[in-house]
Design a protein around this ligand. Sequence first.
Ligand SMILES: [Zn+2]
Length: 161
Amino acid sequence: MPTDNESNKLDLCHIYGIEDAKEAYKQLEVEFVKGYGDETKLEDGTLLHDNYECDEGYRVLLRCKSCGVLLLCQVSSYFSMSDGPDGYYEDIIPVWSEEEADLLNTLLGPGEFADHPFRHLRGSNHEYCWTRGEQPHPMDIEKLKRSIEKKYKDKLQRRKG
Ligand SMILES: [Zn+2]
């Protein structure tokens, strides 16, 4: 795994070079890698969190067809309270390995996913934008595991006990 910033930058999906978010979204062609469903649970069925905000949704791992970078995506849909159309939005965050994607999926609740500190692409049926934030870089896998253990300590302990 590359450690210097220059290499990390090269590993980012090509859409990061496109400042116009709508154009970036248009030029993003992906293939499906795997789905995480609408909930994240422990093996014994204990619910950790939903995988969407609002009314329904899911998370998927996708791969950019152009550059092969993995992208973790959360899709959230909401039902219109009036006669207007229903809506959705999705957050697309680059990851460097399937393991990193799995760990991030486990760690991040729906709101935390949408507010991920990495600058990432957000699409909806209304508009596209780049979120503010730091340049994405590979996460420390061991640190992610520790964060998960810390965050879900009670649920993980109950399973053991
Ligand atoms: Zn790409």
